[in-house]
Design a protein around this ligand. Structure first.
Ligand SMILES: [Cu+2]
Length: 640
């Protein structure tokens, strides 16, 4: 009996492995968010926290409609969470101590709701959550925890001490900024609001300014067609060239990301924008609180992609391969193999929505966007020109993800895709073209083809700034039985960020250098560098992956820095010792063969296009087949 039970367990395991392999490149509907997923964030292994605006969701909590849930990834079930203030179009980050901060929002219940479903003015509110997987954490949403001033559509970016800057926003909601708040402040507070000229100069196209922390502690900031490097401590703005072709900030909502930071690219910070809306401010805006000045449903989304190194001596915008199809509201997700996935969004229009009937051209319900971009696309700069963007092997979603959609990378390497609600309240899908969407999907990138994922051991719980390397081990099976795969190993550390409005606040990735030593059992021990500095990778939790032959391990949430807010200890970075190449005749060799790059995979975005490791489909098939064969062998051995 025991043997039959073992066999059935193995067969069940094999079936589930094969079923997951089948999902590579596809979407799968996994559950229901309970509330509109306007913002999603994950900071513990098994739970995604979801925040909506105040609206009449059927799900109830505390005697009113819920507008926040915790989504359990183990069971695909939700728990309603009680937030009393209006969270409409706020922003979120994970602070350096692992606490989630959600800041800003809109006026109390300005939408057609009954008193029971009303909310409190959320424009100044700071909501905090110490995330958990056991169902025992709740949002702190208290009147004594507020910002200096009201902020609807503010931007958050985590700073090198794990605190956050809170930048800009509007005093109240509209299509674009109707009543500017051109100031910034911090959490924890550093005192009164400080004026920011750039925000005044980019009004009214300055909602959710696009911001990244730079290695010199300044911030790159982009809004309207303008960009600056911003010394927020001394309030000094350095003008950068205008961004070409189209505006990228909300409501153009171009896909945007920071190039993964690697030793090969010298941790050069490169900001990237793809898509958007190629209109001038005057063409787009009639009045700041009215609908767009023209029929935006006829305005095709831009295809251009452009990037900038803000700290270059003479920064210039560099075009790179355009998108094969124009896209607004695309969410750019840095995957564990450091390719860039873009999904969600639309072919025409802009972000936002209006009151039905407020413009004669409104034929997509309340939505200012039309024609969903259902097919995801992956950018890999190591592929040949003309193929760097590719949807090969990727299937479209069946669910339009229009305005108020979200996407975040999960620890298993899949992407949690949710939201879409270009409506002022809950509207069932049967009542309008783009209704309130509660269905949650996972998108499975191509590496899910693998039958087995690497299972590194010895992953640390935290990374320091500088200091000695840490040690991890991979087995022979983790190398898919082939020591040649050692040269493909990447250790990547990714902060998925907090997703809202096609922005993942604080998303960034770094590739860590390593050296290796063969073990007698055919495995390998890696010595891996710590983080270079808190301005390059700010404190707080992020996912650590080990990628072999393009197949990532499960990511582990690992704390960057001390786990506390405040100045971080930074020590000299000790790089891993000179690498030791494996030798076919002597796998345990310690022959000191220098490794010129310090990391043999060479997987930086600046790498040459002939690096075969970039070919995802090519590198997945072999190990996947091997692993299925070994599992089948195990099954047949058990049967004997
Ligand atoms: Cu919004």
């Amino acid at each position: 009996m025991a043997r039959i039970k073992d066999v059935s367990c193995l067969l069940a395991l094999l079936a589930s492995v094969l079923a997951t392999q089948e999902l590579a490149g596809k979407f799968k509907i996994i559950g229901n968010s309970g509330v509109g997923a306007m913002l999603t964030v994950q900071a513990t292994p098994d739970t995604v926290f979801i925040i909506d605006k105040t609206q009449k969701n059927e799900l109830q909590v505390g005697g009113h409609s819920a507008w926040a849930t915790a989504y359990d990834l183990r069971t695909n079930t939700i728990r309603a969470m009680d937030i009393g203030t209006n969270t409409f179009c706020a922003a979120g980050v994970i602070l350096g101590n692992g606490t989630i901060l959600h800041a800003g929002g809109d006026l109390a219940s300005q939408y057609p709701m009954d008193g029971i479903n009303g909310s409190i003015d959320g424009r100044r509110r700071l909501r905090l959550l110490d995330p958990c997987d056991d169902g025992n954490c709740e949002w702190t949403d208290r009147a004594d925890l507020e910002m200096n001033s009201p902020r609807w559509y503010p931007t958050l970016e985590v700073l090198e001490d794990g605190s956050t800057i809170i930048m800009g926003g509007s005093v109240k909601g509209a299509y674009v900024n109707p009543e500017d708040n051109p100031t910034y402040e911090y959490f924890p507070s550093r005192g009164a609001d400080r004026n920011m000229t750039f925000l005044a100069r980019t009004y009214p196209l300055n909602l959710y300014p696009l911001v990244w922390l730079l290695p010199d502690s300044r911030l790159f900031v982009q809004a309207d067609y303008k960009a600056i490097n911003f010394d927020h401590v001394n309030n000094i703005e350095q003008d950068l060239p205008d961004i070409p072709y189209s505006f990228r900030v909300y409501p153009a909502s171009a896909a945007n990301w920071l190039t993964p930071l690697t030793a090969e690219n010298n941790y050069t910070h490169t900001v990237n924008f793809c898509g958007g809306v190629s209109l001038t401010k005057d063409e787009l805006i009639g009045s700041v609180d009215g609908p767009p000045a023209l029929d935006v449903l006829q305005v095709a989304a831009d295809t251009s992609c452009t990037s900038l190194n803000p700290l270059d001596a003479k920064p210039v915008w560099n075009d790179f391969e355009p998108l094969p199809e124009g896209r607004i509201m695309g969410s750019a997700i840095i995957l564990p193999d450091l390719t860039i996935l873009i999904l969600n969004g639309a072919h025409y229009g802009t972000a936002g929505y209006g009151d039905l009937g407020s413009a004669s051209w409104m034929t997509a319900g309340a939505s200012y966007a039309e024609s969903p971009t259902l097919t995801p696309i992956i950018y890999d700069p190591k592929r040949p020109k003309g193929k760097q963007w590719s949807s090969d092997g990727l299937s479209p979603s069946t669910i339009p993800r229009m305005y108020h959609s979200t996407a975040i990378l999960l620890s298993d390497g899949s992407v949690f895709v949710s939201g879409s609600n270009p409506n002022s309240d809950v509207v069932p899908p049967e009542d309008t073209k783009y209704g309130t969407e509660y269905r949650v999907e996972k998108f499975y990138p191509p590496y899910f083809k693998a039958a087995r994922r690497p299972r590194p051991t010895g992953l640390p719980d935290s990374l320091s700034y500088g200091g000695d390397p840490f040690t991890i081990e991979l087995s022979s099976d983790d190398l898919f039985g082939d020591t040649k795969n050692i040269k493909t190993i990447m250790v990547t550390y990714i902060r998925p960020g907090s997703s809202t409005h096609a922005i993942n606040f604080a998303q960034r990735a770094i590739k860590l250098q390593w050296s290796h030593k063969m073990l007698d059992n055919g495995g390998v021990r890696l010595s891996v560098q710590q983080l270079p500095s808190p301005t390059i990778f700010a404190p707080g939790p992020a996912l650590l992956y080990v990628v072999v032959a393009g197949i990532p391990s499960e990511g582990k949430f690992v704390m960057a820095g001390s786990g506390k807010l405040g100045k971080q200890v930074v020590r000299p970075l000790v790089l891993p010792l000179v690498d030791v190449e494996p030798s076919a005749s002597d796998p345990g060799s310690t022959k000191p063969v220098p490794n010129p790059s310090g990391n043999p995979s060479g997987n930086s975005t600046a790498s040459s296009s002939d690096d075969k490791s970039a070919n995802i489909s090519g590198r997945v098939a072999s190990p996947a087949t091997l692993a299925v064969v070994s599992l089948l062998t195990l099954v047949s051995l058990t049967l004997l």
